[in-house]
Design a binder for this molecule. Structure first.
Ligand code: GLY
Length: 398
């Protein structure tokens, strides 16, 4: 029986094939890597163990992307019921609990990406009471670490680095919207209003300052930490300070939609749609973004397939939280079209010719990191979006 989405539209048959191929690749990668963590991106289409760094051994849990590996396992377990994959996800969750208890590599707002997928998800889907409780405790500890980054009087969460680092002081980035669900969850769990207040204030600051009048976005924005005054936008991973980094715009679509769900603030829904419409208007003819939206059809710049995958899942969140039937249908159509274009042109063929679920992503073009490679987060959001499209009732990990 063909599956249908929330608006009743059938899921494209090729997307069922794409999802099955993606799941088969995750299963193969779980056989190869087990509980160890692959690196952020592939090298020539193959994942390798995350290199040892700063006392963390090879394949160990550091950086901001390890939870996408655990999230891929949870999606795969939900789709297949494979208990060996679930057990591996649970062992990762125990490792995330150790990481936060031992305070390893926590000087980052990406605690949200890390602990929403690895711990909040395990607190709900774990197989035993003990597994679920340990994961919940770890996620609450991570939320408290994230709150330490909340800066008064600016009312923002600092993105990167130590709070006293002059290069990073008072800076936040559009990606941070995806880190707010950890605080929203902590508020739901504890009733402590400090978490919800931080979400409201941080997202309001981003809505007011990180979106430009033409609906493109800055990647990063600085506030004066003494006065709280907004100072300036700049890029870190985009082409220029005044260009629009494709993945940042995609984080904006998904992140503002998630925070609309959390706060009920209609201005955040408007913000998500502003990001969304700009993103769609700046796609090239094959429907998959260049790594920066400043580039168009005549460019030889690399694509960032991961931005397409994040946007696809973001559109499915918009389709879930919006109540306007025309916008719901438009969001679903955008997600389906993005996924069809990704599956047709950016998934490896045959699927076992790469360890990645999606080829042609870009991590950081200015620093020549992971250019034209598979990425852990692109793989995660591609499978998340394929899962959401097939199962509109899927309970979010965010
Ligand atoms: N959140 C980091 C990145 O998107 O590269």
């Amino acid at each position: 029986m063909p599956s249908t989405s929330r608006s009743g539209a059938p899921v494209h048959a090729d997307l069922d094939t794409a999802r099955e191929a993606a799941v088969a690749t995750v299963e193969r990668n779980v056989d190869a890597f087990g509980d160890a963590y692959p690196d952020d991106t592939t090298v020539q289409e193959r994942y390798h163990l995350r290199p040892a760094l700063g006392g963390v051994p090879e394949g160990g849990n550091r950086g901001w992307t390890t939870s996408f590996w655990t999230g891929l396992k949870w999606l795969t377990w939900e789709l297949t019921g494979d208990e060996a994959v679930r057990a591996s996800a649970e062992r990762n969750a125990a490792d995330f609990a150790r990481r936060v208890r031992e305070e390893i590599d926590l000087d980052t707002h990406d605690l949200g990406f890390l602990y929403s997928l690895a711990s909040v998800t395990t607190a709900r889907l774990g197989s035993t009471e003990e597994v679920r409780r340990d994961a919940r405790d770890a996620a609450l500890l991570a939320a408290d670490h994230l709150m330490r980054r909340f800066l008064e009087p600016a009312g923002i969460i600092q993105a990167w680095g130590a709070l006293h680092d002059p290069a990073q002081r008072g800076r936040t980035i559009i990606d941070s919207l995806m880190n707010m669900p950890l605080l929203t969850w902590a508020h739901e769990q504890t009733g402590d209003e400090r978490y919800a207040d931080a979400v409201r204030r941080h997202t309001t600051q981003l809505r007011e300052h990180i979106i430009r009048p033409d609906d493109s976005t800055f990647h990063t924005f600085y506030w004066d930490v003494e006065t709280g005054v907004p100072v300036r936008g700049a890029t870190e991973q985009g082409a220029f300070d005044d260009s629009c980094w494709a993945r940042g715009q995609a984080w904006g679509i998904y992140g503002f939609a998630l925070n609309y769900r959390a706060t009920g603030d209609p201005e955040l829904l408007t913000a998500a749609w502003r990001c969304a419409d700009y993103f769609l208007a700046h796609l090239p003819s094959d429907g998959v973004p260049f790594w920066d939206l400043v580039y168009g059809d005549d460019s030889t710049a690399p694509r960032d397939s991961s931005a397409g995958a994040i946007a696809a899942s973001g559109f499915l969140e918009l389709a879930r939280v919006d109540t306007d039937p025309d916008r719901v249908a438009r969001a679903e159509e955008a997600a389906r079209t993005l996924l069809i274009d990704l599956a047709a042109g950016y998934a490896p063929e045959p699927p076992d010719s790469s360890d990645a679920l999606l080829l042609h992503g870009v991590y950081d073009f200015p620093k020549t990191r992971g250019v034209d490679e598979g990425t852990l987060w692109g793989d995660y959001f591609y499978l998340e979006a394929l899962t959401r499209l097939e199962r509109p009732e899927w309970v979010t990990y965010w």
